[in-house]
Design a protein around this ligand. Structure first.
Ligand code: PFF
Length: 457
């Protein structure tokens, strides 16, 4: 079956735009909000190291696989899978990859929009000077007061969903490309400014030590599990987002070096965010293991002490919001592209309908912080914790495992080598080894442990 050279949804203007869009998907709340707090929860340096191993040994090979699947299919993940299954003479059960992805996208976006809404709220809090010269206790209080108000939380969640739907409705070049072209470079610059502040905060040495200080006794099985879940989440793997974006990648772009660049950018942002946040934590006597509120307490605190803190603080949260939007778009794209293909429907109409469904689902997460804080699923998890846990620790690894097995064992080797521009040799053997053995084995071990822990409580 011949593969088309263009997608009906549009194409990235160049390989660089794919890098920006995929990095836009990868760099998001996972790097700036989640990575620092889970590294804090799991002992710092030891966790950072196993996270890096997971990114390099499992994440990168699977990302290469997902991109090549998308580029061959040139359609939404569900329809690309149909083509790939046909060309491989594989069983139709492999189509689960596409469907699982759409489901995971909804789950993630539902709570992602809630946290991104917090960032939007903090833009105005910072800009109005509410955080100027604030103490650590008051910064905590501001966050707790916000969590206690379902109305405020829903307001900001709604605003975020509206912005996401608006951008994604614009299409590949007029919507997604335009957004990532501006937001990504700006995000980088702001992160560097915050890092500059952290260096002078008095807690830098302690912060660095926390991030890279390695202590074997802190490496736990759970740490591996969380690190792998985070590697999938942060690289946007296992749910078709990268496959959907790969469908718009020009045929002459080299996939492997492109993926290395995306993973490198993503990792750099996570590490820089940690190096920017932990020194401030230590300099202000806060706890690194503070959980989801970490970024929303330490960053306002830092900017509140800074000369032009009102300006930079507001800008920082604007950029966190945009980092979140460029990820949120990619969470919607697989389902959106599928419905447009299947029903020949208008992109904007589909985007609005999907946005509404996700918004409704997200109310469960909003209420977890207030009126439903006593509602528990699976042990002691709130709805928010549950949706986060199931998507990150079960759906994404399962999707990633299936993708690795499909690329490694079902797809014809010639198709894979042609897409990657690979010839037999060391690089090809190494990649084949990781996609066939290392990545599936790594995911499987961690995955079985997750299921065991979940069932055994
Ligand atoms: N990679 C994003 C982040 O780190 O915030 C989250 C994400 C986006 C996960 C898209 C999965 C996805 F498909």
């Amino acid at each position: 079956m011949a593969t088309p050279s263009e997608s009906r949804h549009g194409m990235w203007s160049s390989r660089w735009l794919f890098i920006l869009a995929a990095a836009g998907s990868a760099v998001g709340l996972g790097n700036i909000w989640k990575f620092p707090y889970i590294a804090g929860d799991n002992g710092g340096g030891a966790f950072v190291l196993i996270y890096l191993v997971c990114v390099a040994a499992i994440g990168v090979p699977i990302m290469i696989g997902e991109t090549l699947m998308g580029r061959y299919g040139r359609e939404s993940p569900i329809n690309s899978m149909r083509k790939l299954i046909a060309v491989s003479n594989a069983g139709s059960y492999w189509s689960a990859i596409g469907w699982l992805g759409v489901l995971a996208g909804f789950f993630i976006l539902s709570y992602y929009a809630v946290i991104a809404g917090w960032a939007l709220n903090y833009v105005q809090l910072m800009a109005r000077g509410e955080m100027v010269a604030i103490t650590a206790e008051s910064a905590q209080q501001v966050l707790s007061d916000f969590h206690a108000s379902p109305l405020q939380m829903v307001f900001w969640q709604t605003l975020f969903m509206v912005l996401t739907v608006w951008i994604v409705s614009g299409g590949v070049s007029k919507g997604i490309e335009r957004a990532v072209k501006w937001f990504m470079p700006l995000l980088f610059i702001l992160l560097l400014i915050l890092l500059g502040y952290a260096v002078t905060s008095g807690g830098f040495a302690q912060g660095v030590d926390f991030m890279i200080g390695f202590d074997w006794s802190k490496v736990t099985v759970d740490g591996w599990l969380i690190a792998m879940g985070q590697a999938f989440f942060t690289l946007s793997l296992g749910m078709g987002a990268i496959m959907a974006y790969g469908a718009y990648l020009p045929s002459d772009a080299k996939i492997s070096s492109t993926v290395f660049m995306i993973a490198g950018l993503d990792t750099a942002v996570a590490i820089l965010a940690g190096l920017a946040i932990f020194p401030i934590v230590f300099a202000n006597g806060l706890e690194p293991a503070q959980g989801p509120g970490l970024m929303f307490v330490t960053v306002p605190l830092a900017f509140g002490q800074m000369g032009a803190g009102i300006l930079f603080g507001a800008l920082f949260f604007i950029l966190v919001s945009f980092a979140a939007i460029t990820s949120a778009i990619s969470l919607l794209e697989p389902a959106l592209a599928y419905l447009v293909e299947e029903y020949n429907a208008k992109r904007s109409r589909v985007a609005i309908s999907l946005g509404v469904i996700c918004w409704l689902l997200g109310l469960g997460s909003v209420f977890s912080f207030n009126i439903w804080s006593d509602v528990h699923v699976l042990g002691d998890k709130t709805v928010f914790d549950f949706v986060d846990y199931v998507s990150q620790n079960i759906m994404l690894p399962l999707g990633g495992l299936l993708i690795a097995l499909f690329v490694g064992y079902a797809l014809p080797k010639e198709l894979v080598f042609e897409q990657l521009g690979l010839k037999e040799g060391l690089a090809a053997s190494l990649w084949m080894l990781s996609i066939k053995v290392i990545a599936p084995a790594g995911v499987l071990i961690v995955f079985v442990k997750t299921i065991y822990d979940t069932v055994m409580g």
